[in-house]
Ligand binder design. Sequence first.
Ligand code: SF4
Length: 213
Amino acid sequence: MTPEPPRDCPLCPRLVAYREENRRQNPDWFNGPAPSFGDPDARLLVAGLAPGRTGANRTGRPFTGDGAGWILYQTLTKTGFATGVYDARPGDGLQLVDCMITNAVRCAPPLNKPLPIEEKTCRPFLIDRLTALPRLKVIVTLGDVSRKSVLKALGVPASAMAAGHGVEAKVGPYTLINSYHCSRLNTNTGRLTPEMFEAIFARARAAIEADPV
Ligand code: SF4
């Protein structure tokens, strides 16, 4: 495996069929495994669940083009992990600073719901993504599926860290901080407010600065 799957990764039949259907319907979309985005020397990794059909699956950049990206990139910019102005397209010039964004499952799943077997099949890419970041210190997981997948990728059971927004744990050399996912559903209902989300990344910043080596 490598940190980034090939454009035509064949490993998950259901997701490959969905990708091909999307290609037929929207041939100008990206329609492939969404590559990780950001700084290869990042000390912060943000791990989402899976690309949205009209987000990263359409644009080819994580959290770009659908509702979740607005609050994520705004928060990263506010907390110093991004520069530039997010404009929901890969050419907007936005850059991540000391930060990378990836997904636990790289291909868009129907209804935004990957199957457990798809999480497991894609996990080697996540493992390699983690090991390919030589300075990595802090991982922010967005949502429970991402939290569990990252824990398993680190070789510990999902029970090694409790669920819930703001839960933090030390796993090996890394500090994990879990957040509610920044989906439109969570932000529109007030389950996740901008202040709550910003506090997660302020804590990530503090954890990085507490261990600057
Ligand atoms: S989800 Fe991951 S393992 Fe499955 S087809 Fe996509 S890139 Fe390959």
